[in-house]
Design a protein. Structure first.
Length: 196
């Protein structure tokens, strides 16, 4: 299934920033989105906004550092929409939460793979999109690409220093909408030079 319309996309870290912008953009383009984050009040409001605008969205509380939580999240996507086509691993942290950084940036990504890869293999297709500028995520992504085979696409989006969640959401949409035989394996999004 190429393009975005009709795809089921599970997005972590969807309560704000890049995750929120990605949810809005993909839902506008016809994706059915499941949003996950720890702040469920914000998720509920976002889902309501997407649905009122004619999109298809649901949410679930999610702590990516807990494998069982990620498994429930992917199970919910499958139960609600019948499949999961794309997992956008986007959960992030503020500076004062760096003590959890490794759990979120490494363990959270691994939990997403453990929960989603069996379903995608069973479907015969799928895609993982990681929105991170972290070396460990890049190394994990390369290994996943090698092990998953040709039916599962893996994309790393490296935001650089951009301050526009919408720009990153567009990069994610670009990766997802590529034909099944095209794997946009890495996208580095940087702001253009600012005027002097």
């Amino acid at each position: 299934m190429s393009g975005i319309e009709g795809k089921v996309v599970a997005i972590t870290g969807a309560s704000s920033g890049i995750g929120e912008a990605t949810a809005r953009l993909l839902a506008q383009r016809g994706a059915r989105v499941l949003l996950g984050a720890r702040r469920i009040g914000r998720l509920n409001a976002l889902v309501n906004e997407i649905v009122e605008a004619g999109g298809s969205a649901r949410y679930q509380a999610l702590d990516v550092t807990r494998r069982a939580s990620m498994q429930c999240f992917i199970d919910e996507a499958t139960e609600a929409f019948g499949r999961v086509d794309v997992i956008v691993n986007n959960a992030g942290l503020k500076v004062d939460e760096w003590d959890r950084m490794l759990d979120v940036n490494v363990r959270g990504v691994l939990h997403g793979i453990a929960a989603g890869l069996p379903r995608m293999r069973a479907q015969g297709c799928g895609q993982f999109v990681y929105c991170a500028s972290r070396f460990a995520v890049h190394a994990i992504s390369e290994r996943l690409r090698q092990e998953a085979g040709g039916d599962i696409r893996v994309t790393v989006i490296s935001p650089g220093v951009t301050e526009s969640p919408t720009a990153i959401a567009r990069a994610i949409a670009f990766a997802i909408e590529q034909p099944e035989d095209v794997d946009a394996s890495e996208i580095i999004a940087r702001p253009t030079a600012s005027p002097h």
